[in-house]
Design a protein around this ligand. Structure first.
Ligand code: DAH
Length: 627
């Protein structure tokens, strides 16, 4: 069993050890020591390199791996190294320090991602040539600057990275994430960044986040319900000129699984003018994104975005890779990009409070536009409710309100679902026992109310309540909160439905199609149509499910919708028993009703595919601001 010195001291570069075995393997040698400072590849961190020096031989360590509880140093050997011999180990500190900073940066990026998208589940991290953290779920690419900003905030705070050895039990209790396979032979260790919850970790780590330097999120790459957040760190301070480490900030190096064209160019390759210009434009976009979210002064921004260490600065140095005949044209674009960044910095400075020279009257520029106070807006669901109401009002429907905490009677029994009817199970309802004798509004109803109150699981409770008002015809749109015992990525326990009902003499299912068509054309756009599909509800006969043609293929069939139609709402002709329960004579009147989720309608309209619908109610202003 090898004693893993690097686990307790990541900064140790030299160590005296004793050889346990030194065996020839193929063209090289495999050395096992009683203790080691060499990090064996694992946890996304590449292995160390270096030397093992004996009395009669020098081994160059090319790769290190863990086998059971032993660390195997794969070497090229000059001379001989013997069992039990004392040797001097020395690691390539420059490479290790870079790997270590990259690994710690991975933890910082993870904390930043958790701040921006707490719903993502981490899967793994890679901290080598192409560094990324992978999650299950998806993340809008426009979150890239925000993650970068949050990550760099954590770096500026110079938070301590603290490791602790723990028992499995403690690890399970304390860690915010537990990987599927914990290493069998390594001691269990957790790492925390500042006061953030710890994460299992066996790598080498820097002492504080400040050592990492400014990170860059190079891409957010979504594929098949997984997302990789790629990041880069600056070179080691003593190693500014080295450009062979791919995770150093360098836009010319491919960091993304989906990188194409100009992004996949190696530093020492020849570049065509269009490729170089592509990179310039990327740098310009990154710089402008950074300016919009930055609170730095103009001077700091100029240094960061145009200075020699900036993405643009580095790129400019590589202009020699473009064929000489094209350099003139490319140079013009370099200058244009620079001017546009300078202009963006100036505009930002003019609007930002941090770069203003205070109240010195000599500096006051009264022509600078004022600072707009931040403006709020209605929640996306409130916006949808208003819009839905307006559309139905145009064809004579009136928005009504009915109780959201109601008798079981209105939510189920009056809708043709007597107590214990199996159809009730479709609504995962919260029931409340009414304390004492329920008050009655209509003689004879008390007995049937069965003392139970529900948090309305749908807006259909408004149907009989509306009929009980005794006024016909009815054209109502009841929009209200609904409650169901469900909370997962596609359900929230409180959501909204809108319920339409039209009762008059001679209403047919054709009217339902017409009204719904009117709604979808006005809400989703003129190309959209509906179709009715037979279904079953206890409170309508016949019952239908209402589909809308897919907005992408308009009904032809595509990858999103498969066969051209998306399921939307439930509806049908109001059942005679329901009309009777509401005191309406089914031999004279008929009517249709339908009901649908407001959240779903709003998401479908905005084209937003939410991986977690609970985000709508998480009150995260960064999410809500988008709508
Ligand atoms: N209340 C049903 C639900 O929550 C939707 C519904 C179906 C409403 C048919 C209706 C209707 O008015 O006629 O799933």
């Amino acid at each position: 069993m090898t004693n893993l010195i690097y686990m307790t001291d990541s900064y140790r570069t030299e160590l005296a050890a004793q050889v346990v075995s030194c065996i020839k393997k193929g063209s090289g040698w495999e050395i096992v020591l009683d203790q080691t400072i060499f990090y064996p590849q694992g946890g996304g961190q590449p292995s160390d390199k270096g030397t093992i020096k004996g009395k009669q031989g020098l081994a160059t360590v090319k790769h290190v791996r863990m086998l059971g509880d032993e660390v195997i140093h794969e070497c090229a050997l000059n001379g001989t190294i013997d069992e039990k011999e004392s040797v001097e180990c020395s690691i390539d500190w420059n490479a290790r320090y870079h790997n270590m900073r990259a690994h710690s940066a991975g933890h910082v990026v993870h904390e930043a991602v958790r701040l921006v998208a707490p719903y993502l589940d981490p899967i793994k991290g890679e901290h080598g040539k192409s560094a990324y953290i992978e999650y299950k779920g998806s993340l809008p690419v426009d979150k890239k600057p925000l993650i970068e900003q949050q990550g760099n905030d954590l770096i500026r705070q110079n938070l301590t990275l603290k490791t602790e050895f723990v028992t499995l039990d403690e690890l399970q209790k304390r860690a915010s994430y537990i990987p599927e396979h914990l290493p069998k032979h390594k001691p269990l260790r957790i790492l925390s960044v500042g006061n953030y919850p710890p994460i299992p970790d066996g790598g080498t780590q820097v002492k504080s986040t400040g050592e990492i330097g400014e990170i860059t999120i190079t891409s957010v790459d979504n594929a098949d319900d997984h997302v990789r957040v790629y990041y880069a760190i600056p070179p080691n301070e003593s190693d500014e000129t080295k450009n062979d480490t791919c995770q150093s900030v360098d836009s010319t190096v491919s960091t993304s699984r989906h990188d194409t064209g100009n992004q996949a160019i190696k530093v020492d390759q020849i570049m065509t003018a269009p490729q170089f210009i592509g990179l310039l434009l990327d740098a310009q976009r990154n710089a402008k994104e950074f300016i919009t979210i930055s609170d730095k002064s103009a001077e700091e921004l100029r240094l960061l975005l145009l200075g020699p260490k900036s993405e643009l600065g580095r790129l400019t140095k590589q202009i020699r890779q473009v064929p000489a005949s094209d350099r003139g044209n490319v140079g013009v674009v370099v200058n244009e990009v620079k001017s546009s960044i300078i202009e963006a910095i100036a505009i930002h400075a003019a609007h930002s409070t941090t770069s203003k020279p205070g109240f010195d009257l000599n500096w006051a520029d009264v022509t600078i536009p004022g600072i707009r106070p931040p403006e709020g807006h209605l929640h996306i669901v409130s916006q949808a409710i208003t819009e839905i109401t307006r559309i139905f009002e145009r064809i004579g429907f009136t928005r009504v309100r009915h109780p959201e905490v109601d008798w079981d009677y209105y939510a189920f029994e009056a809708l043709n679902m007597p107590p214990h009817h199996p159809a009730r199970d479709e609504w995962e309802t919260f029931f409340i026992d009414y304390p004492g004798k329920p008050p009655g509004t209509r003689p004879g109803l008390e007995a049937t109310r069965r003392k139970q109150i529900v948090l309305t699981p749908h807006t259909s409770n408004g149907q009989v309540r509306e009929m009980e008002k005794g006024k016909l015809p009815i054209r109502m749109i009841n929009i209200a909160k609904c409650y169901r015992r469900q909370s997962d990525v596609s359900h929230v326990p409180m959501f909204h439905q809108f319920e339409g009902m039209y009762i008059d003499k001679g209403v047919t299912i054709g009217d339902l199609t017409g009204v719904f068509n009117f709604f979808v054309k006005n809400y989703f756009g003129p190309d959209r149509n509906v179709r009715l599909r037979p279904f079953h509800f206890q409170f309508t006969e016949p019952s239908v499910e209402i589909d809308i043609n897919c907005g992408i293929c308009l009904g032809k069939g595509c990858r999103l919708c498969k066969e051209g139609w998306l399921e939307m709402a439930g509806g049908g002709m109001v059942h005679p028993n329901v009309l009777k329960a509401g005191g309406v004579d089914p031999s004279v009147y008929s009517g249709f009703a339908f009901g649908w989720g407001v959240e779903r309608a709003a998401m479908m309209k905005s084209g937003t595919k939410l991986d977690d619908i609970r985000l709508l109610y998480s009150n995260d202003i960064r999410f809500l601001n988008q709508f």
